[in-house]
Write a protein that binds this ligand. Sequence first.
Ligand code: CP
Ligand code: NVA
Length: 309
Amino acid sequence: MVRHFLRDDDLNPSEQSAVLDLADTFAADRFHARPLEGPRAVAVIFDKPSTRTRVSFSVGIAELGGYPLVIDSSTTQMGRGESVEDTTRVLERMVSALVWRTFDQSAVEAMAGVSTVPVVNALTDDFHPCQLLADLQAVRQHKGGLAGLVVTYLGDAANNLAHSFLLAGATAGMHVRIAGPDGHLPRADIVADAEQIATRTGGSVVVTTSAQKAVEGADVLATDTWVSMGQEEQTAHRQRLFGDYCIDAAAMSRADPAAVVLHCLPAYRGKEIAAEVLDGPQSIVWDEAENRLHAQKALLTWLLAPGQA
Ligand code: CP
Ligand code: NVA
C-alpha cells in the first residue's frame, strides 16, 4: 500500500525513529542511497513562497539520483482551476512522488486520495511535518535523544508549526508545551490526537496561555513567525497580540540552562525571537535548516520502500 506523509502522525513512533536514523545516515554520507536512480522524477509543487523547502527538496532529490521537477502552480493549469484529482492522475503517470506546499490540508488529502505514488505535505495551513523531522533530528544531534525532553513552543499556537510540534513531539515521546494567547491556541482535535499519541509514547501535552509557565525548565524552546503566509493583512494586529510570547533573554533565563532553540526560519528578529537568542550560542537553527535536506531525503527513501529503511 502506498504511504503518504500529510501530517506528522502519519509516521508511528518506530517509523519516525527509523526515518530520523536514516536522516543521520544521510547527514554522515550525502550519497548513502540513490533510490531515485534513473533519474526518476519527483514533482515539488508550490502554491506559496519558499526558500528552504524548494532548495532542500531540489538538492535532495538530485542527490538521491533523481530529477527534481519544481513547479510554481500559478504557471500551470492548476492556477487556472484544473482539479487536484485530474492534475494528480496526470502527474503520477510520470513521477515517483508528489511534494506539495499549499493552503488547505484538504487539498493534499485529495491528492493522496487518488495518487498511487507517495504524496508529501511540504507545508499547509495546518501542518509542516517535513520541518518537524528536521527539528527533531537537530534536537537529537544536540541532546542525544528525544523521549522525555520538554519542548516548548511559544507564539502563534494555532498555526502549522504549533500543530506539527504537538503531533511530532508526542510521537517522539516528548513533553510538549504550547503557549499562545486566547483565541490563537491549537485546534482541539489536534490536541486530542497528540494526547492520545502521548499516552502510548510516555510523552505529554500542555496547552496554556502562560508563556512563563510554559518555558520553565524547558529543554527545547521553539517559535515561528507571528504572521504566516496568507495572513499578511493581519500583520499589525498580530504583532500586538503575540508580543508576550517571544523567545528573548528573559524566556531563556527561565528555561533549562542547557536549552537549545529552534526556529524553522524565516525569522523576524525583535519580534518572535530576540536577535541575541537567534544568533546566540544556544540557537541550533542553522543545523535545523541543513537537516531539511537530510530528513527529506530519508523520508523520500522510506516512502519509496516503507519498512526497508
Ligand atoms: N522553514 C521553511 O519551510 O522555509 P521556507 O518557507 O523557506 O521553505
Ligand atoms: N508558519 C509559517 C511557516 C513558514 C515556514 C507559515 O506558514 O508561513
